[in-house]
Design a protein around this ligand. Structure first.
Ligand code: ADP
Ligand code: MG
Length: 245
């Protein structure tokens, strides 16, 4: 197995509350790994720690061999880690294209200060490529707030894609979607998974089972199962705490 990311004994507390406790796992390159668990299990906290939004209280995170602990969030982006959020995070009054350009601009400014001034591609091309990838090019002139919910979630993914991430973390990308929009999002994730590593928090079990190479189950901040969809589905503890069986 070629792991693109390895986490060792990663924990995160808020005051005295332990939201994540001693997580050890590896994420294989170009695979889809789902992170599931009941509300409050620590899934979003885990993603926040893996994407540099929150520092871990304990443990180590390595990405392509490099220790990430102590790095700022924009460094995570430059190394190739990007994420979408559980809650919509757009500029509603800006156009679809402006939303993506703002993200690309923010990234480039930091890129320039670091050392990649020459190699960073042009903003318009960058924005256009990201919108094309998620199938939103035809909506480029619309205000973000005028998009359908499913299109807004796709736009958030386009924003994450401007960093050309090798590792993409999607926190509940189908939240609030009906069956049609969910189907479109699954197709998008499948396309994106062809040449990058995806970590996914989701509640829709059928979708997870169809999409994932591997499933991690969190419960009260602990990793209680880690394996193939078949193995995790038949795991007695998972059935008890998560599936309610
Ligand atoms: P999930 O995404 O699995 O629903 P979260 O990671 O959002 O769970 O939250 C896990 C636990 O950590 C919850 O009990 C939540 O209230 C707590 N928590 C998350 N973020 C914070 C924070 N910034 N401050 C205090 N507690 C938090
Ligand atoms: Mg969450």
């Amino acid at each position: 197995m070629t792991a693109i990311m390895s986490v060792t004994d990663v924990g995160r507390s808020f005051g005295g509350f332990v939201a994540l406790a001693g997580i050890t796992a590896e994420f294989e390159r170009n695979k889809v790994t789902a992170v599931i668990g009941p509300n409050g299990a620590g899934k979003s906290t885990f993603f926040n720690v893996l994407s540099g939004v929150l520092a871990p209280s304990t443990g180590s995170i390595r990405f392509k061999g490099q220790e990430l602990k102590g790095l700022k969030q924009h460094r995570f982006a430059h190394l190739g880690i990007a994420r979408s959020y559980q809650i919509t995070n757009l500029f509603p009054h800006l156009s679809v294209e402006e939303n993506v350009r703002v993200a690309a601009q923010a990234l480039r400014t930091r890129y320039d200060i670091l050392r990649h001034r020459e190699s960073y591609p042009e903003l318009p091309q960058k924005a256009e490529a990201a919108l094309a990838q998620v199938g939103l090019l035809h909506r480029r002139g619309r205000r973000a707030r005028d998009l359908a919910h499913g299109e807004q979630r796709a736009l958030e993914i386009a924003i994450a894609l401007v960093a050309d991430p090798e590792l993409l973390l999607l926190d509940e990308p189908t939240a609030g979607m009906g069956p049609e929009e969910t189907k479109d999002m699954v197709a998008l994730i499948e396309r994106l998974a062809a040449d990058r590593t995806i970590l996914l928090v989701e509640h829709k079990m059928k979708m997870i089972l169809g999409l994932s190479d591997r499933i991690l189950v969190l419960h009260h901040g602990r990793l209680i199962a880690d394996g193939t969809p078949a193995a995790v589905q038949s795991d007695p503890e998972v059935r008890r705490v998560y599936l309610g069986q």
